[in-house]
Design a protein around this ligand. Structure first.
Ligand SMILES: [Zn+2]
Length: 117
């Protein structure tokens, strides 16, 4: 079995900070469109349904981005507190390869699997 890679915390922190900025930009960019559909707008029934569907897709995307942003913020806090890399559920070390692929991952593979079941 090959050695797991050592985590370069500084590099991960940089990536997390970039990720945080990207998500912030994304949320800022979509904030305007995420306002509720104005039902008094004189648009046809069909386009209103379209607009509402687009709206709910956008809201779902924003919710995903917001959740990810929370994970990124939490990961940055764990780095600051020297707890980065520990699973938030069981406390075991998260596989470094997982963290390299997804630096904001709060859970180890096993706990993530349990949660998604
Ligand atoms: Zn775990």
């Amino acid at each position: 079995m090959s050695e797991p890679p050592r985590l370069d915390i500084d590099a991960l922190r940089t990536r997390l900070e970039e990720l945080r900025d990207e998500i912030r930009e994304l949320l800022r960019g979509t904030a305007e469109d995420a306002r509720p559909v104005d039902l008094d707008q004189p648009i046809g029934r069909v386009s209103r349904a379209d607009a509402m569907q687009q709206q709910s897709m956008l809201a779902a995307n924003r919710a995903t981005a917001q959740r990810r942003q929370q994970q990124v913020e939490a990961a940055l806090r764990r780095i600051a507190e020297g707890e980065y890399g520990e699973c938030a559920a069981c406390g075991e070390d998260i596989d470094p390869r997982r963290l390299l692929a997804q630096p904001e991952a709060p859970l180890c593979v096993a706990c993530q699997g349990l949660r998604e079941r």
